[in-house]
Design a protein. Structure first.
Length: 288
């Protein structure tokens, strides 16, 4: 499911998320493919199935760090936040993060500052870094913004989607189903967010895509704090309905379904801070 440092997602992720090997479901088009081609998924049935989407790589367009240890730590921490292994409010000690990832304080500090610029962390003087805790007001604003932007983006995507795009989106839904079957709700939520980001990329509007990527990452924090209705957080039936509308190039239906879906997500939040179980940083990042 605002960013001060997000680059236009269309451009920033072209090299990393449009490669055939990464399978992020990012709406990448095959060489020479045009928006006027058939959008019937059956038309691509002879193609190699799209690999499963990867949340670890799917949110990689929001940071200005060059390739290297700092960016790697930044992406690992971001993925832990998006998958709810790091809860809002969790303190991130530079020394402990450095010990976990085998990095010096300068490298860790760069990663934490990049995450703070994206809105995922808060850094306070004499208190260090912690995972951001959106307020109730923030939650309302984020979902209100999504309800304004994403339905129109879905309408735009319906006019541009190709059979390849549909195959990739279908891979997203299948991966969501698998995550739910594995009872890995954090991964399922991350994949659900990627589904929305991919629709924005299919719409071919870099400004909207960057905004939606930022709103989705903010939504992840909000859901971690305020989510009380599992039936609304990963509504696969809404995603299937969106797929059907997109496949038919029905922009009006895509707009209506997306708006209804976001209203349901918003209504599934209890906008009162719950009590959360404390988890050590080392436990949350184990294996990440």
């Amino acid at each position: 499911m605002p960013s001060t440092n997000a680059k236009p997602a269309k451009k920033s992720r072209e090299k990393s998320s449009r490669r055939a090997s990464d399978g992020l479901g990012s709406g990448g088009r095959a060489s020479g493919e045009k928006s006027g081609q058939s959008s019937d998924p059956a038309a691509g049935s002879s193609r190699r199935p799209a690999p499963a989407p990867s949340p670890a790589e799917g949110f990689n367009g929001a940071f200005s760090l060059p390739p290297g240890p700092a960016l790697d730590i930044c992406l690992r921490l971001q993925n832990a936040i998006i998958e709810h292994r790091l809860q809002p409010g969790t303190r991130l000690s530079e020394d402990e993060v450095g010990e976990i990832y085998g990095a010096g304080r300068t490298v860790v500090r760069s990663a934490l500052q990049a995450l703070a610029h994206s809105g995922l962390l808060e850094i306070r003087r004499n208190r260090g870094a912690s995972v951001a805790k959106p307020t109730v007001g923030d939650a309302h604003e984020v979902f209100e913004a999504r309800a304004l932007i994403e339905p129109e983006v879905a309408r735009r995507a319906a006019a541009r989607i190709t059979d390849t795009d549909l195959i990739r989106l279908e891979a997203h839904i299948e991966a969501e189903h698998q995550a739910l079957a594995d009872e890995d709700m954090g991964r399922a939520l991350a994949l659900s967010g990627l589904f929305h980001i991919d629709i924005a990329e299919i719409a071919e509007h870099s400004v909207y895509a960057a905004m939606i990527q930022s709103l989705i990452t903010k939504s992840s924090l909000i859901i971690a704090l305020y989510w009380v209705r599992p039936d609304t957080a990963c509504e696969s039936h809404a995603h299937h309905a969106l797929m059907d509308a997109l496949a038919q190039k029905d922009g009006d239906a895509a707009h209506a379904i997306m708006r209804s879906h976001l209203i349901d997500l918003h209504s599934g939040l209890n906008l009162k801070p719950p009590v959360r179980k404390e988890t050590s940083l080392a436990e949350a990042l184990a294996g990440g």
